[in-house]
Design a protein around this ligand. Structure first.
Ligand code: LLP
Length: 419
């Protein structure tokens, strides 16, 4: 499924040598494989063909227009968390009926735009949001379809920043207030209750937390029925982990086998919001080695990408596999820190990592960078953001140009007093 492979010691993306792309585009750049992305989506779809569902790819993982087009063109919907992401989905060709709107801080303006766009559902995070959405829909003379995000208070056993369904998390309705939330929703004239939603976290490596959370959600259905509230959709969110190093996340089939019987019994349509499992291993970050330097007892490989390009190691202490793009993988491994050029000690990609001998001018591939890579990038240190490149078969395409100095200052305004 994964189409980043070594042939005679040279890294290829599908049929294209990565070094050829680097020669043409320069470094650093993100590189995506068309077929890896598509295959991930199709494999996910495949295991759920037996139940009525919509897969809404989480745009936050990577919202590059070309990648979104690949998925939308194959029938994939969108999980958006801002009006910008909804626009992006529409632009990519996702029909409004396949878009859900998540997030805990939707503004009046965003709600209004989304109501006008006629999206499938608002995943409502709180009572104040419900009331605001009702007011907005009334003004527009519409009814907004909603699912309430329920916080099942389940520990997904992932990095603390990636858990979203703990009792103390900021997201959703507390489990014991869900019923009251639904009653409020049902009482609002311009709200139509459609479903329930959960998303317990990200990079989850075990199935049990998904099952426990889903069971908790489903347990609410009978009491809702008694109050005349019907649940048509269950949105189970995203969160399945991927292999960065040696993790063994559940396979799609194992995930499906565990939750499909529960979903079938509940008799609802299902929405999935996978992000990382679709885009994560469909992309790498290619960076050039600027310097190799030694300090007392340490050796540093300084590369031309930094925390502004891929913040996951700095932010979550996340592991990303790093390998030379060419040749030297058989050469002796030495212990190094791979660091970027940003003026922060936290600007690193790997610490005390055994890597095949690298020298100035070499290219390195940082793997599993397709999700939450470019999407979280910044211009810190006044650095232009990287280019993005797509390979399909034997061809490659620049799908986002490298930023230039002009782009960085585009929105700055110098007041007259300073000219
Ligand atoms: N649905 C909701 C409501 C979400 O908040 C998220 C991710 C997803 C779906 C997709 O989750 P996934 O399938 O990708 O795990 N920046 C972090 C990840 C943050 C995830 C936020 N929410 C990282 O780099 O690991």
């Amino acid at each position: 499924m994964n189409k980043f492979n070594y042939k005679n010691g040279n890294l290829f993306c599908e049929n294209v040598p990565v070094k050829d792309i680097a020669g043409s585009v320069g470094t650093p750049f993100y590189l995506y494989s068309y077929y890896t992305l598509l295959n991930h989506y199709r494999a996910f779809e495949g295991v759920f063909s037996g139940i009525p569902h919509i897969t809404c790819y989480a745009y936050k993982a990577n919202s590059n227009l070309s990648l979104c087009r690949i998925l939308a063109g194959d029938g994939c919907g969108a999980d958006a968390v801002s009006w910008g992401e909804i626009r992006r989905a529409l632009e990519a060709g996702v029909p409004p009926g396949k878009i859900v709107f998540n997030g805990n801080g939707k503004t009046e303006n965003e709600l209004e735009n989304a109501v006008r766009a006629g999206i499938l559902m608002f995943i409502v995070d709180s009572e104040p949001e419900l009331k605001l959405l009702d007011r907005v829909s009334r003004r527009l003379n519409r009814k907004a379809r909603v699912a309430l995000r329920i916080n099942p208070a389940i520990n997904p056993k992932t990095h603390k920043h990636l858990a979203t369904g703990l009792k103390e998390s900021k997201f959703g309705f507390a489990f014991n207030r869900a019923l009251a939330g639904y009653k409020l929703a049902a009482s609002l004239k311009n709200i139509e209750v459609k479903g329930m939603h959960m998303h317990i976290g990200s990079q989850i490596l075990e199935i049990a937390p998904f099952v426990s959370a889903l069971k908790k959600l489903i347990s609410l259905i009978p009491s809702l029925k008694k109050s005349g509230i019907n649940i048509e959709y269950i949105d189970v969110g995203g969160g399945i982990g991927i292999t960065y190093q040696d993790e063994t996340p559940p396979t799609f089939k194992e995930y499906a086998d565990a939750i499909t019987p529960l979903l079938k019994k509940a008799g609802c349509r299902v929405i999935f919001e996978p992000g990382r499992v679709i885009a994560g291993n469909a992309g790498i970050l290619v960076t050039g080695v600027t310097h190799v330097k030694s300090t007392v007892g340490k050796r540093f490989v300084v590369v031309d990408a930094g925390m502004g390009d891929l913040i996951r190691p700095s932010f979550y202490d996340a592991y990303h596999e790093i390998k030379p793009v060419n040749g030297s993988s058989n050469s002796k491994r030495i212990k190094v820190d791979v660091v970027g050029p940003v003026c922060e000690s936290g600007d690193y990609f790997a610490r005390s990592r055994m890597i095949a001998g690298v020298k100035e001018g070499d290219l390195l591939a940082v793997f599993s960078a397709g999700a939450y890579g470019f999407a979280m990038s910044s211009n810190y240190n006044f650095r232009p953001r990287a280019a993005e490149v797509l390979v399909k078969g034997s061809n490659f395409y620049i799908i986002r140009k490298r930023e230039v100095y002009r782009d960085l200052g585009r929105n700055e305004v110098v007041p007259g007093i300073l000219t």
